[in-house]
Write a protein that binds this ligand. Structure first.
Ligand code: DC
Length: 215
């Protein structure tokens, strides 16, 4: 069974996907990490993430250990990931790995939860369950700002909000696999929901549609 969780930056899709996988005993793949790893490799090679040829080379030579780099959560890497993700050859190079993970989860688990931008529309259009997790840009920026401050980083709310808006525009406006809800996705607007409520709503939906599943 494949569960697709898509949505814009900082909407809570990563948290939902991780918790769903833990509840259901499924494997979890954060596909944003793969794009971040490509961007981090380009930056580490001293290149600009707008250098499409460098991005394609980095995507083609990606290794499992690249996904474990310590710098993947940095904002510069997130913005760079959104830039390299607009290059169709980069997306094509990463597609087979994501599909293999979804169809044959490592460890032989009974299912997989993938989170990203195009899981329900492109990577796994046949996924049994699809969620589109979203929230207003102000709420998403507020959550990200709080996380950064709590992590001991310096952060300015207005700047975080601008970064969220920039990333939304780039991820939704690109031609290759733009961010949008799949037609059969359940939209979860988390503007007024905490992470526990989002998990309970999503689990309720899964269990009502697939009663054989036991958390
Ligand atoms: O989910 P995230 O913030 O870690 O993702 C970083 C960037 O990677 C995001 O801005 C766009 C890109 N991305 C994508 O294009 N497709 C995916 N399935 C996942 C991420």
């Amino acid at each position: 069974m494949i569960i697709a969780v898509d949505g814009p930056a900082a909407a809570g899709k990563g948290t939902l996907a991780r918790r769903l996988a833990a509840e259901l005993g499924f494997a979890h793949l954060d596909t944003g990490r793969i794009y971040r790893a490509v961007a981090a490799k380009v930056l580490a090679a001293g290149r600009d993430t707008r250098d499409a040829a460098a991005a394609v080379r980095a995507a083609g030579s990606l290794k499992p250990e690249d996904l474990e780099r310590g710098d993947l959560r940095r904002e510069e890497v997130g913005q760079g990931a959104s830039v390299v993700a607009a290059v169709p050859e980069v997306r094509a190079a990463l597609l087979a790995f994501q599909r293999r993970f979804a169809e044959h989860p490592p460890g032989g688990q009974a299912g997989a939860v993938l989170d990203g931008r195009d899981i329900g529309t492109v990577v796994c259009p046949g996924a049994e369950v699809k969620f589109y997790v979203t929230a207003s840009p102000e709420i998403r920026a507020g959550r990200r700002h709080k996380e950064l401050l709590e992590g001991g980083e310096r952060s300015i709310y207005a700047r975080v909000l601008q970064e969220v808006r920039d990333r939304d525009a780039r991820d939704s406006g690109r031609e290759a696999a733009p961010l949008r809800p799949a037609e059969d996705a359940v939209v979860l607007d988390t503007t007024e929901m905490n992470a526990d409520a989002v998990l309970a709503t999503a689990l309720g939906h899964i269990l009502s549609r697939h009663p054989a599943i036991r958390p």
